[in-house]
Design a protein around this ligand. Structure first.
Ligand SMILES: Cc1ncc(COP(=O)(O)O)c(C=O)c1O
Length: 348
């Protein structure tokens, strides 16, 4: 019945193993150019997890597993290099396990909106001047600083970029859900590549069940800025071994990702830019296979091609960005704009 009560109500609600399955919803035909080819595309809505984004899953697991191993015993402070979803999830999970002092290393280019989100969650930001060439071994990088500070007595750095509890969370909970929700018929799994925890964990689970399942990873195109996923260059900072778990890689740009996210949202799938990026990348992969004449190899035993792409979060934290990356033709006009008292420059 999805009711959580008693002294462990919040811990149970945060635990993805106790929450109802996260919805898997087929996208409408008008967004699926391959519908005539019996391609069915499903959005896996991570937005229905406790903190309304994908990071509630690994965030909870990294803390719960550290606690189970006894690693939280004398910890009073947790620090992570993150300016958004991960540290918020870690903060909430950590408080459930008795750690209240949460710090985040944030880049100097962090937006005021994101900084305020951290303060909203009671997280103390430490602003870092990031090196121009990203390198996790550079002592001035945020990843390095978080690791170094985390080594102090009473401190801990979960380290999402090389912590196996990150992909394990997806292996344990989400892969199993997708397998069962598609009745074992999933042909293609697609996710964006950020820390790569999502793609590694789901790929491991699904390929264990059926090694024919194809896994597509989507990167940000060079110069694109979609929060969460990384460019090829930035993926060099990730310590997790993701390459063996991915069969094909595609890319998506900013305008493509933001426009697709808006199209999905306007049709009832309220998902953010990295969800748009993932769907753009998935369609690129499928259309290429159709051109090559290899689409039929993806059919399941019912003759369908069932694809699942991950929707990590909602558009809410990024509303301003949609107006930066999409031109006016994407939005209705405001009547009597001259009467607006507040921030008229932010309307279309
Ligand atoms: C909004 C958003 N999209 C995509 C991702 C990528 O997921 P992962 O880190 O599991 O690769 C993240 C996480 O960093 C995210 O916060």
């Amino acid at each position: 019945m999805n009711v959580f009560s008693g002294e462990n109500s919040i811990r149970d609600f945060m635990d993805p193993g106790q929450l109802a399955y996260l919805p898997l919803v087929e996208i409408p035909a008008e967004l699926n150019p391959l519908i005539e080819d019996r391609v069915k595309i499903f959005a896996k809505l991570m937005t229905f997890s406790a903190l309304h984004n994908v990071k509630a899953v690994p965030g909870f697991n990294m803390i719960a597993e550290a606690d189970a191993r006894g690693e939280l015993k004398d910890v009073t402070t947790i620090i992570e290099n993150s300016s958004g979803n991960t540290i918020s999830a870690i903060a909430v999970a950590a408080r459930l396990f008795g750690v209240d002092d949460i710090r985040a290393i944030v880049p100097d280019e962090v937006s005021l909106h994101k900084l305020r989100m951290l303060l909203f969650f009671g997280i103390a930001p430490i602003v870092n001047h990031e090196p121009v060439e990203p390198d996790g071994e550079d002592p001035t990088s945020g990843i390095y600083r978080a690791r170094e500070l985390g080594e102090q007595v009473g401190w801990m750095n979960p380290g999402q970029y090389d912590n196996e509890d990150n992909p394990d969370a997806h292996f344990k909970w989400i892969g199993n859900q997708i397998w069962r929700q598609t009745d074992g018929g999933v042909s293609v799994f697609c996710a964006s590549l950020g820390t790569t925890g999502t793609i590694i964990g789901n790929s491991r689970y699904l390929k264990d069940k059926n090694s024919n399942i194809r896994v597509v990873g989507v990167m940000r195109a060079p110069g694109a800025y979609v929060p969460g996923p990384r460019t090829e260059l930035l993926l060099g900072l990730v310590g997790l071994e993701w390459e063996p778990h991915v069969d094909s890689i595609t890319q998506a740009t900013n305008p493509e990702s933001y426009a697709m996210s808006m199209d999905l949202s306007r049709r009832g799938l309220y998902v953010g830019p990295s969800s748009g990026l993932s769907l753009v990348g998935l369609l690129r992969y499928l259309l290429e296979r159709k051109d090559e004449g290899t689409l039929d190899e993806l059919r399941n035993k019912n003759g369908d091609i069932v694809c699942v792409f991950i929707c990590p979060d909602t558009p809410m934290p990024y509303f301003d960005e949609y107006f930066k990356y999409l031109d006016e033709s994407n939005f209705p006009t405001v009547t009597n704009e001259h009467l607006l008292l507040n921030m008229p420059e932010q309307t279309s």
